[in-house]
Ligand binder design. Structure first.
Ligand SMILES: *Cc1c(COP(=O)(O)O)cnc(C)c1O
Length: 425
């Protein structure tokens, strides 16, 4: 028995499914998860001492590679001063200044502890601001696991064939309207059927939670226009795309100004953080200024702020987005060429450091077409890659992530492994 297998046996006795977040359990791809004892740069070291080239990057945060020396030094320096104060600290101000400077639409920002908290709070704020109850989300988009948003959700919920969770009261679910991504008519119909009732539309502007899916040309502009017309708050959930697709997120790249933006993942530099921000007029509805309550014992935690600040400053200094896109294309081209040679249909949507591999002849533009990807073929591909030393997300419906640390030998080796794994399918 491997060390990982032994740990998993012990974990299963005490932790439901042996994991603290469901996708990690490998239920979708089969087999048992490996445990990791260390991570540096582009590589994970398993509890059994294997080295794996990692395209999960802790589900997005590690855009600079794992355990970047500058982030580690910043955390160590903060640690000298204490781990939590429960009263404002200087890092919070610096973090807010960085976020407001980088993300075009954010005038004011509130820190919290996870992406789930960010989206949950943004929804409450949209409801409090508009005095309306209904929200619109898109099938396959995942916005964390709060009740209103865990409906037709992607990511782990989808991987486990259960995009609608048990335990969400039907009365809550009725306040959430789900429409197809990239479908203009469906959203127009939702507005027509619920006049004056829709508080907010929440969207992953580039979808990363049922695989990676890009919007059709003009679609995000359409979302901006239709929400403005109806006095509805447009919420970009950039927990995954923020500081990844561009320094200022999808909104900077596509030049769309949402009313509220949710952040997480990269802004914590690998520590647990979330944030939401936007127009000052809306943000000032939050307590203590306004009637919308939101709070957190560890919000603005000095260690997490120090890690995040160091990461954001490095992103500014390095401006790695052209480099990341080059790496992404290299990987995409390798997969396309191998699949063509083998005669296997494949779709590889990619932008910058995000990509997905769908074994499908149909271009993927929404939840329904994502599901047409052949998960059985993906699972064989996943294990073939893992056997050869490349770790992809353990599900056909998750995005892949690159970091600046993948540059060089690691990306070349990964492309060889993708090619070999496809040849063996
Ligand atoms: C990961 C993610 C979340 C949830 O963030 P957690 O920190 O896991 O709670 C929300 N929205 C999107 C788009 C995400 O990718």
């Amino acid at each position: 028995m491997t060390v990982s297998d032994q740990l998993f046996e012990r974990a299963k006795q005490l932790i439901p499914g042996g994991v603290n977040s469901p996708v990690r359990a490998f239920r979708s791809v089969g087999g048992a998860p490996f445990f990791v004892k260390a991570a540096h740069g582009a590589k994970l070291t398993t509890a059994d001492g294997r080295e794996l080239i990692d395209f999960v990057c802790t589900w997005g945060p590690a855009i600079l590679g794992h355990n970047h020396p500058k982030i580690r030094a910043a955390v160590a320096e903060a640690l000298d001063r204490g781990t939590s104060f429960g009263i404002p600290n200087p890092y919070e101000v610096e973090m807010a200044e960085l976020i407001v400077r980088f993300v075009p639409s954010i005038q004011k920002v509130r820190m919290c502890n996870s992406g789930t908290e960010a989206t949950m709070s943004a929804i409450r704020l949209a409801r409090g601001f508009t005095r309306r109850d209904k929200i619109v989300k898109f099938a396959g988009c995942y916005h964390g696991h709060s009740d209103s948003l865990l409906i037709k959700a992607g990511s782990g919920a989808l991987t486990h064939g259960n995009p609608d969770s048990a335990g969400v009261p039907a009365s809550f679910a009725r306040e959430t309207i789900v429409v197809a991504y990239n479908d203009r008519a469906a959203l127009e119909a939702a507005f027509a059927a619920n006049p004056g009732q829709i508080a907010g539309v929440i969207v992953e502007p580039f979808c990363g939670n049922c695989g990676f899916i890009m919007p059709d040309a003009g679609y995000l502009q359409f979302l901006r226009e239709i929400t403005a017309k109806h006095g509805t708050v447009l919420i970009f959930d950039e927990v995954m795309t923020g500081f990844r697709i561009a320094r200022g997120g999808v909104q900077e790249r596509e030049q769309i100004t949402p009313d509220l933006t949710c952040l997480g993942k990269i802004i914590g530099g690998g520590l647990p953080v979330g944030a939401f921000g936007g127009r000052a007029e809306i943000m000032d509805q939050l307590a203590p200024l306004g009637p919308v309550y939101q709070a957190g014992t560890l919000s603005g935690n000095p260690l997490a702020m120090a890690a995040g600040i160091a990461g954001l400053k490095l992103l500014e200094e390095l401006n790695p987005y052209a480099q990341l896109d080059r790496l992404g294309r290299q990987l995409k081209d390798a997969v396309l060429a191998a699949a063509r040679a083998k005669g296997i249909p494949v779709q590889v949507p990619q932008c910058g450091s995000m990509f997905s591999i769908f074994f499908s002849a149909t271009p993927v533009r929404d939840f329904a077409t994502a599901l047409q990807g052949d998960a059985k073929v993906f699972n064989r591909f996943f294990h073939a890659c893992l056997d050869r030393g490349v770790y992809l997300a353990p599900s056909a419906y998750e995005a892949g992530f690159l970091s600046t640390a993948h540059e060089g030998a690691d990306i070349d080796r990964a492309c060889e492994i993708f090619t070999e794994s496809i040849r063996k399918l």
